[in-house]
Design a protein. Structure first.
Length: 458
């Protein structure tokens, strides 16, 4: 790829084209990023407190520019405009969390050892962090890496998805407008080959990726060769378990909301509906009705409920998965799929059932408005099926609270929510197990991922 191209998923028109970075620009970014790190590493806790105030200003700027930011997200990746506004406010929440709590979490701590001796543990930056981010949440994904590393003192170089390149530039613009040094967050339009070169550079001491399992294997390997720490969030095939004592209307509404949010392009959306047979008829009827009633159209229109997918490639991929699933015996409970009746990368919701373990989609992530319905006879069967996955990112259990908590405790996943949709929150660690990756974003844990936890014993 020689350029980053931004195509509006609703109009299918190209809105911007950007050249990829030159070797000279990459070297300059590494040089100024390293100089910034060398300066911040000597600022100590006072520097952390000063950066907290700067991050607070960034949150204010995001709010002041909410309309501009939201419109850019909708133009770049097609999400409903009201969902874009929600993302801006989510980004503000992440920035405010670290502005208000980062310094406290990073305050030096005293530990006693050998019963009498004392040691101080301080938290220092380690160097440049390369953030490789996806298109589905073009601001919050970046803020989740930038905010904790900025507070700590690590400069961030951003390699964003090409389709949201304009969002990447706007994020960097907001950072600089907040009075933050440009070296603290630099956007580079990198090819994959250039990203590998950046990872291999000794000035880069961390790599944070949100992407696919395939991308995770590549990035983890490149980082390992450089002995550089990495964190990976690689998607999921999240179970949405509905127990026999669940509030079925509430469960169905949450399942539909989770599966169709952001047109189904969410790592932690409900992807596998695992439903006890006692409530399966009522749950299925409610979900089928809601799927069938979705209105596709202009993502800026208030009455539109389902936006276009982010690109032609995303639509082609999800359609191929549905076709393959049906060819292998899946039952079509709600017929939908690619809609070519108007411009835009539209895809009507699909609900599939009778999915056997040898079906290609049985343990695949479906990144689009496609739900899978599995009916089970018991709690044990629900737990077994939920855990029969290469992924372990998030999940949901609907049922009487104590019952649901007992089931949730047995699910192999990074986070699980009771009687509510799975949604990332800045106060809670976010990440997964198994092929969903390793490391954590959000909460105080993100502050420590790329920190030198330095001990001075005396």
């Amino acid at each position: 790829m020689s350029n980053y191209q931004v195509i509006d998923p609703y109009t299918e028109e190209t809105s911007a084209t950007y050249p990829t970075a030159t070797p000279a620009k990459i070297e300059k970014a590494l040089t100024v990023g390293n100089a910034y790190y060398q300066a911040t590493r000597h600022q100590g806790f006072a520097g952390i407190c000063a950066r907290s105030a700067q991050l607070q200003r960034l949150a204010v700027l995001f709010k002041q520019n909410e309309n501009r930011l939201a419109e850019m997200a909708t133009t770049n990746m097609g999400k409903l405009l009201r969902e874009s506004h929600g993302e801006i406010n989510g980004s503000i929440g992440v920035a405010n969390y670290y502005a208000h709590h980062g310094a406290e979490a990073l305050q030096p701590r005293m530990r006693q050892y050998q019963g009498v001796a004392n040691a101080q543990i301080s938290y220092e930056p380690t160097g440049i962090v390369l953030a490789i981010e996806p298109w589905n949440f073009p601001y919050t994904q970046v803020m989740r890496v930038f905010a904790p590393n900025f507070i700590l003192g690590n400069p961030v170089i951003l390699k964003h998805a090409p389709s949201v390149a304009s969002c990447a530039l706007l994020f960097a613009e907001m950072v600089q407008a907040a009075g933050i040094a440009p070296a603290a967050m630099q956007n580079l339009f990198l090819t994959n080959e250039q990203a590998a070169t950046v990872i291999a550079d000794s000035r880069v001491q961390g790599v944070a990726l949100t992407g696919s399992v395939r991308a995770g294997r590549t990035i983890a390997s490149e980082a390992a060769q450089a002995l550089t720490k990495s964190t990976l969030e690689l998607g999921g095939n999240d179970a949405f378990i509905v127990l026999a004592d669940a509030d079925v209307p509430a469960a169905a509404a949450a399942a539909v909301g989770s599966r169709l949010r952001n047109a189904g392009q969410v790592c932690v959306s409900a992807k596998r509906f695992i439903v006890h047979q006692a409530v399966a008829p009522a749950f299925t009827a409610a979900v089928k009705a809601a799927f069938a009633q979705q209105k596709i159209g202009d993502p800026r229109a208030e009455d539109t409920t389902l936006a276009p997918l982010a690109s032609a490639e995303v639509r082609q991929r999800i359609q191929a998965q549905v076709d393959q699933a049906v060819a292998h015996g899946a039952e079509v409970l709600v017929a939908g799929g690619s809609d070519f009746s108007q411009p835009g990368y539209f895809f009507k919701p699909v609900l599939l059932g009778n999915i056997k373990s040898d079906n290609p989609i049985f343990d695949a992530e479906l990144f689009g408005p496609v739900g899978q319905l599995h009916i089970v006879e018991s709690d044990d069967a629900a737990i077994t099926l939920a855990n029969r996955s290469q992924y372990g990112l998030a999940g949901t259990v609907f049922g009487a609270v104590e019952h649901a908590q007992a089931i949730a405790a047995q699910i192999e996943t990074g986070q699980i929510f009771i009687n509510q949709q799975a949604v990332a929150q800045p106060e809670l660690p976010f990440g997964g197990v198994k092929n969903s990756g390793y490391g954590r974003e959000m909460s105080e844990q993100a502050l420590f991922e790329f920190a030198n936890q330095k001990v001075i014993a005396h």
